[in-house]
Design a protein around this ligand. Structure first.
Ligand code: HMG
Ligand code: MG
Length: 298
């Protein structure tokens, strides 16, 4: 349901925390999710039903989903890499899930231990089960602006993988600059190619801020017609299979960007900034977000 002129999908509890070396308690994760909902976030990616051997921080996925107190009007999607993860997510009460593929073969192997084609083939039975269960599925494409193992990635390859996810029945395809290396001109060229295969209304932007271009890339994608963006409170995060990559662009940075553009996000900036400082303190650091720091200094 699109209420706002732009939808911000919160990644903090999942993409943000998945790479934290120290275990974060389920209670802290749940408190984070609640505070994000208080701040006005309506889509909060809660956890990942991936292998605890691969991503130990997400090992409490079932306990978290069972303890989650859902609020009306808020969606709590979870990552599911295969049917096994999907069944576990469904049993734990998930009503929205996300599958994830990569635009680069090497990253696909590193991240989910199979080729791109194998990953798409695995998603087919998952999609069928999801349709049966009335569960909405989002798709991610990783490495859309560069791969940590292969370097440059061809926009047509991104378009091909995005189209496959769309064709499988994903309600939306989120395009991920997993390692945060892209620049606005590349965003434009990549979206030019992808929008020929998947309507821009079904695309989302997922930018990591490693090289500091997160906000600029969101703006470029916005100008190209994208109206949904993933972001992480306090700029939390990093990918376990992309060494050196930092967090998603900070949610509060995007709220500030869109406020300046006169575009409603439905989010209370001050509550969000408080949440950024709170979770950062829980993790023993300061928020990396410029807006979180500047707002606090006022
Ligand atoms: P695998 O080892 O190839 O799996 O891992 P397998 O099918 O051969 O099974 C091996 C073992 O894993 C078995 O257990 C299975 O039961 C178990 P055993 O018999 O050895 O005890 N297993 C599972 N356990 C829990 N949940 C499951 C599951 N499936 C099998 N769903 C697998 C394949 C996909 C599971 C693995 O590679 C994995 O979990 N990868 C995690 C990848 C991940 O979470 N990456 C980070 C998220 S993606 C991301 O951050 C990018 C994104 O933000 C967008 C962007 O920035 O670009 C979305
Ligand atoms: Mg990511």
């Amino acid at each position: 349901v699109v209420r706002e002129a732009v939808r911000l999908v919160e990644m903090g509890p999942r993409d943000g925390l998945q790479n934290e070396a120290q275990p974060v308690t389920t209670a802290t994760k749940l408190a984070l999710i609640d505070r994000l909902a208080d701040a006005g976030l309506r889509e909060i990616e809660a956890t990942a039903f991936v292998s605890p051997k691969w991503v130990p921080q997400m090992a409490d996925h079932a306990a978290l989903m069972q303890a989650l107190v859902r609020r009306p009007g808020v969606r709590y999607p979870v990552l599911t890499p295969n049917l096994q993860g999907f069944e576990a997510a469904l049993a734990a009460g998930a009503r929205e899930v996300a599958v994830f593929a990569a635009a680069s073969e090497s990253f696909s192997r590193r991240n989910i231990n199979c080729s791109i084609a194998e990953s798409i083939a695995r998603f087919a039975p998952l999609m069928a089960r999801a349709r049966e269960a009335g569960v909405a599925v989002r798709g991610y494409v990783s490495c859309v602006l560069g791969c940590p193992l292969e370097g440059a990635v061809d926009p047509h390859q991104v378009a091909e993988v995005a189209w496959r996810l769309d064709d499988l029945g994903c309600e939306e395809v989120s395009l991920g600059d997993t390692i945060g290396v892209g620049t606005p001109a590349q965003v434009q060229a990549m979206l030019d190619a992808v929008a020929r295969r998947v309507p821009v209304a079904r695309l989302a932007g997922h930018f990591h801020d490693t090289w500091g271009m997160g906000v600029a890339n969101v703006h470029a994608a916005w100008q190209a017609g994208v109206r949904c963006f993933d972001a992480s409170v306090a700029g939390l995060g990093g990918c376990p299979y992309a060494p050196g990559a930092t967090g998603n662009v900070a949610t509060e940075d995007l709220v500030w960007l869109f406020q300046g553009l006169g575009v409603d996000t439905g989010i209370d900036l001050d509550r969000l900034v408080d949440t950024a400082h709170w979770i950062s303190a829980e993790l023993g650091r300061a928020p990396v977000s410029r807006v979180a720091r500047a707002r606090r200094a006022q």
